[in-house]
Write a protein that binds this ligand. Structure first.
Ligand code: ZN
Length: 310
């Protein structure tokens, strides 16, 4: 079912490309789609990325993209976001073969950390592509996902917070002093929020179903954190009504040099992971092509679609 969301998003990209002749998008993906093995029934499946690429090729959009493999980052760079002890321990417990559970729902396989290094590296690569090569959009189709990973713990299928690392890296680059992260997903971005709470150089805006996993948005009260809880069964019109003003107001006020979009599609009505009832056009509306909230946000700002799954 998660595949449907991916496919829908690719349809939206196709539509945007055809209708608005947007500038060329860089698409970054893994060197091997099936890195990071998980149990067969696990919802965070490698088939998701395979489905993305299949749909891109089928639609013809693949030829219009610049496509690159992820450039893996190294263990030390992960410490820009995570505590050294956590990263060292993660590498220590990584199995040489098979898989273990890093927490109750986060399988860590022999090939997970290689995939995590690629996923995290793609965010750095995306920032460099925008700042040094002039790309207007970069889309990273990556796994494992990252937004639940906190500075010192795995959580919710996540090991390394990919979007947080991209933001921290961007802030080391000339001319990037303020970064906004917009996370739309049926789950709250607890890891990203934990990484940046009370910072004045990063804004995090998170939309999510409430009540729902990880049930933690009341735990952080900070000026730079904007939580937008959405009730189950909320559909397009009501969702847009609830989201547009707080997203627009907070990001406009913040005046970021770079916008990172942490894009989860599990608020789709067909996704079994949540009960929000969004459809394809809602994701189109949310993303920085011509969509309503983001068309204003694009002014004076670069942005990345840093793809994350769950
Ligand atoms: Zn999610």
């Amino acid at each position: 079912m998660l595949t449907i969301n991916y496919l829908s998003y690719i349809d939206l990209l196709t539509k945007a490309q055809a209708k608005y002749c947007m500038s060329k998008t860089l698409f970054i993906h893994h060197s091997q789609f099936d890195q990071h093995s998980v149990p067969p029934s696990h919802p965070e499946s490698p088939l998701r990325n395979l489905a993305v690429e299949a749909k891109l090729r089928e639609s013809g959009l693949w030829q219009d993209l610049d496509v690159r493999f992820c450039q893996p980052t190294d263990k030390e760079k992960l410490k820009l976001v995570h505590t050294p002890g956590y990263i060292d321990q993660l590498y220590q417990i990584s199995p040489a073969k098979g898989m273990i559970l890093a927490d109750r729902d986060t399988p860590l396989a022999f090939d997970t950390l290689r995939a995590a290094e690629e996923a995290a590296g793609s965010g750095i690569q995306a920032v460099n592509s925008i700042l040094q090569e002039g790309y207007q959009n970069v889309f990273c189709a990556i796994r494992p996902p990252g937004h639940h990973a906190e500075p010192n713990k795995t959580m919710g299928f996540c090991f390394v917070n990919n979007i947080a690392l991209a933001a921290e890296y961007a802030l080391t680059q000339p001319g990037i002093n303020r970064v906004a992260i917009f996370d739309f997903d049926v789950h709250q971005a607890n890891g990203t929020i934990e990484a940046f709470k009370n910072r004045d150089d990063v804004l995090v805006v998170s939309t999510f179903q409430h009540p729902h996993y990880p049930n933690s948005h009341w735990s952080v009260n900070a000026e730079n954190i904007i939580n937008i809880p959405i009730e189950a069964e909320t559909a397009s019109t009501q969702f847009r009504r609830q989201v547009e003003t707080p997203v627009m107001a907070s990001i406009s006020r913040f005046k970021p040099d770079l916008i990172l979009v942490s894009a989860g599609f599990d608020a789709h009505t067909l996704d079994p992971m949540g009960e929000v009832d969004l459809i394809e056009d809602d994701f189109y509306w949310l993303t920085p092509n011509d969509s309503k909230p983001s068309q204003h946000l694009q002014q004076g700002s670069n942005r990345i679609h840093a793809r994350r799954g769950l």
